[in-house]
Design a protein around this ligand. Structure first.
Ligand SMILES: [Zn+2]
Length: 142
């Protein structure tokens, strides 16, 4: 199920168009910055080799080599495939708990948040805490 739109720039649809295209859950998380319940996502514990793309537009975001077992309840990565594949926004939606939101650089859909300095033994010390609903895994062919 690859949903790939042509072009590398920002992909734009109206909310109405997104609603036709995405399931209600996908719309809520991708377009309204929702969060799936922890330990419920289909990719939380997935170890399959492959590439994780944006569920909304097919833009490549993460590879399985950077996925790690964070035990936080959501699929976690220590780096995107390339920095320009994602964009970052300050998220002050929870008072007193500033966070950094991660969005797809192609279609501006919400993916999750990135946290640092949590003590995970990874090359970057970062935890990209993603919603499974925001991602589509394409397993490697071998
Ligand atoms: Zn996207």
């Amino acid at each position: 199920m690859t949903k790939l739109f042509p072009g590398n720039g920002r992909f734009f649809l109206s909310d109405e168009q997104w609603r036709e295209y995405l399931s209600p859950e996908e719309f809520h998380i991708l377009r309204e910055a929702g969060t799936e319940a922890p330990f419920t996502g289909e990719y939380t514990d997935t170890t399959t080799d492959g590439v994780y793309s944006c569920r909304a537009c097919g833009h490549e975001l993460f590879r399985s080599e950077t996925k790690f077992a964070s035990h936080c309840g959501w699929p976690s990565f220590f780096a995107p495939v390339a920095e320009e594949q994602v964009r970052y926004l300050d998220d002050d939606s929870i008072p007193g708990r500033p966070r950094v939101e991660v969005r797809c650089a192609n279609c501006d859909s919400h993916l999750g948040h990135v946290f640092k300095g949590e003590g995970y033994d990874t090359p970057t010390g970062l935890r990209y805490c993603m919603n499974s609903v925001s991602l589509t895994l394409t397993p490697d062919e071998d």
